[in-house]
Design a protein. Structure first.
Length: 391
């Protein structure tokens, strides 16, 4: 079912809609809406809160795609912008404990809601991210009221991804209440949260390695000479260096660090000299594979997109989205988001890290273990000075 929900046809059918949202962040006038008020294309702007806009750029399209409804971090900025500071990142960083101590998850959620309430005051929970579960419940209930939850045995691709859950052959208990909310929220939040971390890290690598950025810019300028035109799907798939940059940044980002376990409850498994009893929880370490020197070379911890050129076999070793039955259902969406946003931003803007911010690797790159990697200094804030290009 996940393959249908996040198929390439469904994802790239939404490409034109992303241009509308990207326009809020980087319109051709040079303004960066919600972050600064640059009056013209020649003005310089400092994006003080990179982590917020890269999330905000994605939420309208992901919400529309998942629930068929309109919601934007830009429109709900009072509630959403301050979600991403050190306090909340420290709380989110505890969620991996739920893998080992399940009863900690409700406590963490209570702490999170308490922090948001303390910071922002009282807000209607079904109209803002303050009560994100209530917000998701409201969107799902609207869909169920309109369409019911009856099974529809067909391979039809719905325009709204949540319909795939609602009209699936899953037991009714999995299509109502918390089970349905949690399933769709995982796909929904994954569409903007984990990808935002990838976008921030990819941008940092590009700005840290000018020769890589120059090579990417040249490819973008050649394929997309008129930046007033929309970036199309055909352009995206014809940019090999953008593909290499995306893969290399995802390799070093690692993806979900919380080990996604597999269990064979019935039979004993034999792997080489190891006997694995039935019911054992089996998982793998994604960073150990993504940084394996046997596969990637002695510079496996170095950002070097050229390692992907002419080596399609390396795709088999990129574990950021996991593999097998627990593979990320939204990986096609993530690829499209990453390439679309990186391609658009670095084609339409000349950017550099604001030197006054004293940003280092400790502010951006993976350091600690959460569900996704955390930076040593917690939240990834990347102040960037941007100027709109003239072509």
């Amino acid at each position: 079912m996940a393959d249908v929900i996040h198929s390439r046809t469904a994802i790239f059918g939404q490409v034109y809609r992303w241009h509308e949202t990207l326009g809020q962040m980087c319109p051709t006038t040079g303004r960066v809406v919600t972050v600064s008020k640059a009056p013209d294309a020649a003005s310089m702007s400092v994006l003080h809160f990179w982590y917020f806009p890269v999330r905000a750029t994605q939420t309208p399209r992901v919400t529309e795609y998942m629930y068929g409804q309109n919601y934007s971090f830009f429109a709900d900025e009072q509630t959403t912008k301050d979600l991403y500071d050190r306090r909340f990142d420290m709380i989110f960083g505890l969620t991996h404990l739920g893998r080992f101590i399940p009863w900690t998850i409700p406590i963490i959620l209570i702490l999170l809601r308490s922090q948001i309430s303390h910071l922002l005051g009282s807000h209607e929970s079904t109209t803002s991210m303050l009560g994100f579960k209530g917000f998701a419940d409201k969107m799902l209930n609207k869909l169920i009221d309109e369409h019911g939850i009856q099974d529809q045995q067909s391979e039809k691709e719905y325009k709204i991804a949540a319909h795939q859950y609602i009209h699936s052959s899953l037991p009714k208990s999995d299509k109502t209440g918390d089970a349905l909310t949690q399933a769709t929220m995982a796909a929904w939040s994954g569409g903007w949260d984990t990808t935002a971390s990838s976008l921030t890290q990819c941008s940092y690598y590009l700005l840290k390695h000018p020769h890589v950025l120059a090579k990417l810019r040249q490819e973008l300028l050649t394929a997309w000479p008129d930046s007033t035109e929309d970036l199309t799907y055909n352009m995206l798939i014809s940019l090999p260096y953008l593909d290499a940059v995306s893969k290399e940044s995802l390799r070093l980002m690692h993806g979900g660090l919380s080990r996604l376990t597999r269990i064979n409850p019935l039979a004993t498994e034999q792997y080489r000299n190891w006997t694995i009893p039935a019911g054992s929880k089996i998982s793998m370490s994604i960073p150990d594979v993504n940084l394996d020197k046997i596969v990637w070379g002695n510079d496996s911890e170095t950002f070097r997109p050229e390692r992907w050129e002419g080596r399609l076999e390396l795709d088999n070793w990129l574990m950021t989205f996991s593999r097998g039955t627990r593979v990320c259902a939204g990986q096609e969406l993530a690829w499209m988001e990453l390439k679309m946003i990186i391609g658009t931003l670095f084609r339409q803007f000349d950017m550099k890290v604001d030197q006054k911010s004293n940003i280092t690797d400790a502010d951006i790159l993976p350091y600690s273990d959460g569900f996704t990697p955390g930076a040593k200094n917690y939240m990834q804030k990347l102040p960037v000075i941007a100027q709109a290009t003239q072509t």
